[in-house]
Design a protein. Structure first.
Length: 474
């Protein structure tokens, strides 16, 4: 176990919003980059919002709240109001409406060993919502009540719900909430069972099954739980007021030691775990985290390993430039639209494991013997797509299962590296720097086909770079 450093960014006095009692602050939510924060307060004004990275706060919902969650762009927001239900805003907190509320029946689908929902048997309903978490889209949600016996999931923004897990040996003692946290796409989930064994459990299959997480000697009750977008860092504030990071990929843990000491309660990570906002000493405090390991790429990240060469237009001629030497304004050759300027470019660190089996969590190498157009081998992340004119029936089925649909860029199919039989895992273990960029485009969500080491691949969209990449931008 190592001690992790925190570098203070800023402090904002919050005592005027929580009545001088920082234990009333029950949770934070953040957009991907930490420019927008929400906080839940058990007070007459229950949701506060900051649009300047926590420097100042404004009330946006006048009801006491026990939990808050938001999408990666901060537009879709959920707020749990114990005794009333679950609020939702689709306009960044400007207006709110109930999506489930008091008196509305909880789902009663059977689970193994539980033919009926045990919370219904004690008279609970959606008015008992206590905790909520969501993925980057805001469509995939987790919810628990203050009875803390069942974990609920919605995949359609709260329109419908299902029981996904009954907590073993649950207690009937209320107000010991089961905390929940999600990675960017809802594939990796965490839950702190505060009123049973006071351990943390994790699911790596969208909540279908749960296993005990090794927290290396730390136990609950827990007051804050938050995961980075990749899902490989879990931040947990424990009953001793410490904040711990569990590095699930590296089988390790470190202790965060904030400036000024005192107890840490609510917390929320952003920038893919490189930053965190805490409630401490009646102040909201944002920090740069000195993590022990680099975070994994966010699911869906499209990155080139440093050293990859991109076909650009410089001084009147086409030339391949190492991606790490490119800067905003450089012209890049696209497959159909001529030359376009780099608008955003950034980098992050990637820990690659030495393995020969295909996985979503490793880099992939494209070799010239399998891709004749390559001028040298190309190393990319698992979700980075090679653009191809046709796909097989098997690839179509796998793409629909993995991505939910078939996508096209510049009239070519996007075949992601981990599903392309020609690409193989890159077996050089260690920490690698990866890069990606977005080109100028009038559509925030669109990308281009470009040439990397001679191979036609996709770029990122501006939305992906800004909201979901977790990269450090130039």
């Amino acid at each position: 176990m190592a001690t992790t450093s925190l570098t203070l960014i800023q402090i904002a006095d919050f005592s005027g919003n929580d009545g001088g009692d920082f234990t009333k602050v029950r949770g934070f939510a953040s957009n991907a980059t930490g420019t927008i924060f929400y906080t839940a307060v058990n007070n007459s004004v229950g949701i506060f919002k900051s649009t300047n990275s926590g420097a100042s706060w404004t009330g946006v919902l006048n009801t006491p709240c026990s939990s808050v969650a938001c999408s990666s762009d901060g537009v879709i927001v959920y707020a749990a109001y114990l005794g009333q239900g679950l609020w939702k805003s689709t306009d960044s907190g400007a207006s709110w409406s109930y999506i489930v509320q008091v008196g509305q029946a909880l789902p009663n689908n059977p689970l193994p060993g539980y033919p009926t929902n045990p919370e219904i048997g004690v008279g609970y309903n959606f008015g008992n919502v206590y905790q909520v978490a969501c993925d980057s889209t805001g469509n995939n949600l987790l919810m628990t009540t203050n009875y803390a016996a069942v974990i609920y999931r919605s995949t359609d923004g709260g329109a419908t719900w299902a029981n996904v897990y009954v907590i073993p040996s649950y207690s009937i003692t209320p107000n010991s909430p089961t905390l929940v946290a999600s990675n960017s796409n809802g594939s990796i989930l965490y839950s702190a069972f505060n009123n049973t064994d006071q351990n943390i459990y994790t699911s790596t299959n969208n909540g279908t099954s749960w296993t005990l997480l090794n927290t290396y000697g730390v136990s609950g009750p827990y007051f804050g739980l938050t995961a980075n977008l990749a899902g490989d860092f879990l931040f947990a504030s424990d009953g001793s007021g410490n904040l711990n990071i569990v590095y699930t990929t590296h089988a390790d843990k470190s202790v965060l030691t904030p400036v000024g000491g005192s107890l840490i309660r609510a917390c929320c990570s952003y920038n893919n775990g490189n930053n965190i906002i805490l409630m401490q000493n009646n102040a909201t405090q944002t920090y740069l985290v000195g993590v022990q390991y680099p975070p994994a790429p966010i699911p869906g990240s499209l990155c080139f390993k440093e050293g990859s060469k991109i076909l650009c237009f410089v001084d009147g001629k086409e030339v391949y430039l190492p991606v790490e030497t490119m800067t905003p304004g450089i012209l890049v050759k696209t497959s159909l639209d001529g030359y376009k300027k780099v608008e955003l470019i950034g980098s992050s660190k990637f820990y690659n494991t030495e393995q020969s089996l295909k996985s979503k969590k490793c880099l992939y190498i494209c070799n010239p013997e399998n891709y004749p157009e390559l001028i040298e081998p190309l190393v990319i992340t698992s979700d980075h797509a090679i653009l191809v004119p046709t796909i097989t029936d098997k690839q179509r089925a796998e793409l629909q299962k993995y991505m939910g649909d078939i996508f096209v860029t510049d009239r070519k199919y996007r075949l992601i590296a981990c599903l392309d039989e020609r690409a193989v895992p890159y077996t050089e273990e260690g920490i690698h720097t990866v890069w990606h960029f977005a080109l100028e485009h009038e559509n925030y969500y669109m990308n281009y086909g470009i040439y990397a080491n001679g191979l036609l691949v996709e770029t990122s969209s501006k939305r992906m770079i800004k909201e979901k990449s977790g990269m450090q931008l130039l």
